[in-house]
Design a protein around this ligand. Structure first.
Ligand SMILES: [Zn+2]
Length: 196
């Protein structure tokens, strides 16, 4: 190889190196910036409206009686026994699958019905005054399908952050267990089931 060829070879290698270097730099930049996950935007659920016949098709007779006719399940029933043993997860409306409560706000009030000190999604739960028993009680409804869920009582002296007891018919809640990775560490889980 004479000097000229040697020089040209160096230039050639040099020129080849630039694009390779640039490519590496671009790849590095791509690596450094994780692709941003789209932010979870919580949409306000659209109201769910159905005729009595349509509700009867998708609900059990007991769910229909409670959700659509403001009924109440018997206390300490099978559903309540199951509820007591459920771990971390969320509770969605049996009528429209909207999230209403979660195991984080669950507590044992020993009243025989599922109790929560707060809804997990406040905007999905609405209240109104109910005079069915001749005195005012605060009725709790699903704000999406307007289904009757139960009642909320305040100031009963429960050692919870709100001193409210959302006394809910377990029949109209569907339990969705938390994914294993989303579950709280063991020490925390104990809190949710304390007092059982
Ligand atoms: Zn609902």
């Amino acid at each position: 190889m004479n000097k000229r060829n040697f020089f040209l070879t160096l230039v050639f290698i040099g020129l080849l190196g630039v694009p390779v270097f640039v490519c590496f730099e671009i790849l590095n930049t791509l690596d450094a910036k994780p692709i941003a996950k789209p932010e979870k935007v919580e949409k306000t659920p659209q109201p769910v409206k159905k005729s009595s016949d349509e509700w009867k098709k998708i609900l059990t007779p007991e769910q229909y009686r409670i959700l659509r006719e403001a009924g109440t399940e018997a206390p300490n029933g099978k559903v309540y026994q199951e509820f007591k043993h459920q771990g971390a997860g969320t509770y969605v409306c049996a009528g429209c699958d909207t999230e209403l409560f979660s195991s984080k706000e669950k507590f044992d009030s020993r009243c025989g019905w599922p109790s929560f000190y707060d809804p997990s999604k406040a905007k999905n739960v609405k209240t109104s005054v109910d005079w069915h028993l001749g005195y005012p009680r605060t009725e709790v409804r699903c704000s999406v399908c307007d289904g009757h869920l139960g009642h909320v009582f305040t100031g009963e002296g429960f050692d919870t952050p709100t001193d409210k007891r959302y006394c809910i018919n377990g029949t109209v809640l569907k339990f969705v267990p938390a994914k294993p990775s989303a579950q709280a560490p063991k020490g925390k889980q104990k809190d949710a089931s304390e007092g059982k």
